[in-house]
Design a protein around this ligand. Structure first.
Ligand code: ARG
Length: 461
């Protein structure tokens, strides 16, 4: 195919260089957005008297038929085209003749690509947002299901204090809810229209950029034509938001992998989200969670790749920027795939209450509560902390836990210990007595669940 710019050159582009330069194999996914952008641009040109009514009609008809044929499969992308913008323009001109050649008045591919990618990402982000909301629902439902189930809470992966599984899951609900906020913020900042920036300096035609921005659903026009074609911040912001989301999914995955091991056996994943081993018949592997954890690295890679690509670029457009699309497309595809598997994996995950409860009963998880008991009886906290430390050491020597140590042994540690201590340090009491805002106590967990349910309603509205 002859290049659009062939007039300036004596020789054709080398075949390998041509393939190297071409982006159609990955930017073809923006065909719909490219057509949408062209329709808005053409309508504006006609409204401003730059195109005739018949020309606009021909362009609209031609673009509509191209869209239809691409969607039905009657028209295939020409992999010899330089990019999706060139492909559609060439196809339009082939179909309607001269009017097609007028479409590119007062615009450049630089603003075309900047518009297309924004429109594309706006659509994809709406899908991803809906998926994260769905994830949030699944997590909150699980939290409600297990709001009373006692398990050990950890720091340093050492048993620390008893919590409920519901409380633990709600920590993730908070993270995912912030992930939704980050995505929304990035989309809101992205939603300004670069169309009409042209190559970089604007145009001598009397265009109406507000009109195209409005027709394409943007919140306004980008205020500087050089920025309009140079800015890829929005890709970086989205990649950052995706990276944080993936980091959360990865931490959650890591816990699920640990909990699924025989060392913990706190949860059982549904068969449909686990795999067997080719050699070890007993295995049930949490592959989905491992892959989500693994793919997190890939999304971070996309962010690093684009940050690095952009860091040395002079204004305005440089061909390096064509690399933005593979990075952001890979990230959106990866995040979508991960969410689509992660959500049902969580929804079908079952806790094994006996194992969680048993683990919570070991490891002196109620030691803080025993110290608080002495404090309530008048001892200063630091002294109580020391007495309980000595008591724990004694228990370890005797091979018992705090709940099993006899009263006379307690009395030898401190006269303040009395019979009521056993009730006070039971796991149920430890949890029930956590009354502070945001804590693991039942009233607090109920409140957190109720807040999330309200929030989900708003997010879905
Ligand atoms: N395929 C190009 C890209 O993805 C479109 C913009 C081309 N502009 C240019 N001046 N060569 O960035």
């Amino acid at each position: 195919m002859e290049k659009m710019w062939a007039g300036r050159f004596e020789k054709a582009l080398d075949k390998k260089a041509d393939d190297f330069n071409s982006s159609i194999r990955f930017d073809c996914r923006m065909y719909k957005q490219d057509i949408e952008g062209s329709l808005a641009h053409a309508a504006m040109l006609e409204a401003k008297g730059i195109l005739k009514k018949e020309e606009l009609d021909a362009i609209c008809g031609g673009l509509a038929s191209i869209l239809e044929d691409l969607e039905s499969g009657a028209l295939e992308f020409d992999m010899n085209a330089e990019d999706i913008h060139m492909f559609i323009e060439a196809e339009l001109t082939a179909r309607i003749g001269d009017a097609g050649k007028r479409l590119h008045t007062a615009r450049s591919r630089n603003d075309q690509v900047a518009v297309d990618i924004r429109l594309y990402l706006r659509d994809v982000c709406a899908e991803l947002r809906a998926l994260i909301v769905e994830l949030l629902c699944a997590v909150v439902d699980k939290a409600e299901e297990y709001k009373d189930l006692i398990m050990p809470g950890y720091t340093h992966l050492q048993r620390a204090q008893p919590i409920t599984f519901g409380h633990h899951l709600l920590a993730y609900a908070n993270m995912f809810s912030r992930d939704i906020g980050r995505l929304e913020d990035a989309v809101a900042r992205m939603n300004y229209c670069p169309l009409g920036s042209c190559a970089l300096a604007g145009t001598t035609y009397d265009t109406d950029r507000e009109m195209t921005a409005e027709a394409l659903g943007f919140d306004g026009v980008m205020g500087n034509s050089i920025d309009g074609v140079s800015d890829r911040d929005f890709c970086l912001e989205l990649l950052s938001a995706f990276s944080v989301l993936m980091m959360h999914l990865s931490r959650f995955s890591e816990e699920i992998i640990l909990w699924s091991s025989w060392e913990f056996k706190f949860v059982e994943l549904d068969d449909s989200y686990t795999t067997g081993s080719s050699i070890m018949p007993q295995k049930k592997n949490p592959d989905m969670a491992e892959l989500v954890r693994g793919k997190t690295g890939r999304v971070y890679g996309d962010l690093m790749a684009l940050l690095t690509t952009l860091k040395g670029l002079p204004l305005a457009y440089n061909k390096d920027m064509q690399e933005d699309k593979e990075a952001i497309f890979d990230a959106v595809d990866t995040v979508k795939m991960c969410l689509e598997v992660f959500i049902p994996m969580i929804a079908t995950m079952k806790a094994i209450p006996e194992n969680m409860y048993k683990a919570a009963g070991q490891g002196f998880i109620n030691a803080t509560d025993l110290a608080d008991y002495l404090v309530r009886k008048g001892m200063p906290f630091r002294s109580a902390y020391k007495v309980v430390g000595q008591t724990v050491a004694l228990c370890i020597k005797k091979g018992v836990v705090l709940d099993e140590l006899a009263m006379d042994e307690y009395k030898a540690q401190s006269e303040l210990f009395e019979e009521d201590l056993y009730e006070e340090i039971s796991l149920e009491t430890c949890v029930k007595k956590r009354i502070s805002e945001g804590s693991t106590g039942p009233a607090s967990v109920e409140k957190q669940i109720a807040c999330f349910k309200e929030k989900i309603k708003e997010l879905k509205a």
